[in-house]
Design a protein around this ligand. Structure first.
Ligand SMILES: Nc1ncnc2c1ncn2[C@@H]1O[C@H](COP(=O)(O)OP(=O)(O)OP(=O)(O)O)[C@@H](O)[C@H]1O
Ligand SMILES: [Mg+2]
Length: 490
């Protein structure tokens, strides 16, 4: 049989219509297995073949793997034998193979399967994906030697090109779906939080909570000691939320005069007070659609506590000196290193506001509670300087109690990179402030009582008078620390 060149001279409109219909049908099925299945059924009818199969080609092992088989002996009969000679021919030419009189065809003289199975005609064509052989669609006829002709070959060759494209699309889609599942899984397993590192269970729990809270719009209070990462948590909640494209605005409230805080938050009308020379948009309005982060909420003046409560209830604000009510859609995130519960008990913070703000409370752990993260954090902070820590230096960091938490670690490492000679930070380059140094480095003078008192005094100082944190860092109750402090006149 002379090899006819690959032109589609004998195809007419009806063939094209058929190809169009088949492709439409294939594409609508959407997954590879079902697509090949239906393709095979249609083409069996079209070609009048006795045996048909999809043969997958595994390029790595150079093996041909029959996957979907149609034969008179029933579907997927593994007893059907194939001629690997044909497959190899398709693999090397990447073109359709047609043999009418297979028993006489010199190519198949040595093919045991062709002879044994009394195959009279073979039609095989390649499915090419990304310019590589993906598989072969194979048909043969074992009774009727006239079953295939040049028209069939042209029809199938042309169809194969289109089918390959359709299959490529489906495989791509399946690949993307698989990747999506993998990505989703990854997200759930190791939640990456922007700009935050930590592998300890404490930090992983924190990250999980951030991710969950970010999916909601509820108010959040972030509590934790100085330098634990409260700002980063607030930013992460925003960045991971659906508001991330809208503004994130932070306002520090601690020790700022309440009149300034008020005009910053609510804005004002020109002439509302002396010095109000023009209209001003407040931060609630500026943050509309996004997130407003109020830092050190414990310091909010009682008058402003009432006003904030109203915003949370009504989602409305009024600029100072104005009667117009403006709707705002703002997510409120707050932070504090003070003990708000105690403040509520002491009448310093409105209970109703506390409950409004505290729908979710995120506690950021002090560094001493997740000291296993210190090597990772140190590596993170030292990345740019390309410096490394000696074993002794690291162990010094691990033993410290970190009253200033992660910020202090960052600062101490910055100082160490300046002090270090060469690229390695040694133990003596780690300078823990004297006021912050561990008690065992101070001379042990006086009685046990004296030493205890000194430690308590030092801790309260280190935590800027915050007795809750000082007590926690010493692992004693707040009550006994307060009693001691009173005794010492602190
Ligand atoms: N998990 C973390 N990974 C990397 N860096 C961190 C992490 N947590 C905090 N930091 C860094 O530590 C420093 C202090 O963080 P941040 O300002 O968020 O703390 P804070 O709790 O808001 O402090 P403050 O109580 O003083 O307001 C920042 O430089 C921040 O980038
Ligand atoms: Mg902060």
């Amino acid at each position: 049989m002379p090899k006819t060149d690959l032109k589609y001279t004998q195809l007419d409109a009806s063939h094209l219509q058929k190809i169009y219909n088949l492709t439409q049908q294939m594409s609508s099925l959407g997954d590879e297995a079902r697509m090949l299945d239906s393709l095979l059924d249609e083409l069996m009818q079209e070609t009048n073949a006795e045996v048909g199969a999809f043969i997958y080609y595994d390029a790595q092992s150079d093996q041909f793997e029959p996957r979907t088989i149609r034969s008179p002996f029933g579907a997927n009969d593994q007893k059907v034998e194939f001629s690997s000679t044909v497959f190899k021919q398709v693999r090397s030419t990447k073109e359709a193979v047609l043999s009418f009189d297979t028993q006489q065809d010199a190519t198949y003289q040595d093919s045991r399967s062709v002879i044994m199975n009394d195959i009279h005609a073979i039609l095989a064509f390649p499915l090419i994906i990304n310019a590589e052989l993906y598989g072969i669609l194979y048909f043969d006829s074992r009774r009727n030697r006239q079953s295939f002709n040049e028209v069939t070959r042209q029809f199938l060759s042309f169809f194969a090109v289109i089918a390959s494209l359709a299959l490529e699309q489906v495989l791509k889609k399946e690949q993307v779906e698989k990747e999506n599942v993998a990505l989703k899984n990854q997200l759930e397993q190791s939640p990456g939080i922007p700009d935050m590192v930590g592998k300890s269970a404490e930090m992983q729990n924190l990250f999980r909570l951030i991710r969950k809270v970010a999916q909601t719009d509820v108010p959040v209070i972030i509590s934790g000691e100085n330098g634990t990462g409260k700002d980063l948590v607030a930013q992460a909640i925003h960045k991971l939320s659906k508001r991330s494209k809208q503004p994130f605005i932070a306002q520090y409230i601690g020790n700022i005069p309440s009149s300034i805080v008020e005009s910053e938050l609510f804005g004002y009308k020109k002439g509302a007070f002396t010095g109000a020379n023009s209209n001003k948009t407040g931060l609630f309005e500026a943050a509309n659609g996004g997130t407003l982060f109020l830092d050190e909420i414990g310091d909010l003046h009682p008058d402003l506590q009432v006003k904030l409560l109203r915003v949370l209830q009504n989602h409305e604000i009024k600029r100072l000196g104005e009667n117009t009510v403006r709707k705002v859609d703002v997510r409120i995130v707050t932070a504090t290193n003070r003990d708000l519960v105690q403040m509520v008990k002491d009448g310093q913070f409105r209970e109703d506001l506390y409950y409004r703000l505290n729908v979710i409370n995120i506690m950021v752990p002090p560094l001493r509670d997740h000291s296993s993260d210190i090597p990772l954090l140190a590596e993170y902070f030292l990345k740019d300087s390309q410096m490394e820590l000696s074993r002794a230096a690291l162990s010094k960091l691990m033993q410290y109690h970190w009253p200033g938490n992660i910020r202090q670690l960052d600062n101490i490492l910055k100082r160490a990179t300046i002090l270090a000679v060469g690229k390695r930070i040694e133990e003596e380059d780690i300078q823990l402030d004297m006021a912050e140094s561990a008690p065992d480095s101070a001379p042990l003078e006086g009685t046990m009582e004296d030493i205890k008192n000194r430690v308590i005094r030092q801790r309260i100082e280190e935590f800027n008078g915050n007795k809750t944190h000082a007590a926690k860092s010493l692992n004693i109750s707040l009550r006994s620390l307060q009693a001691k402090a009173k005794e010492l006149g602190l």
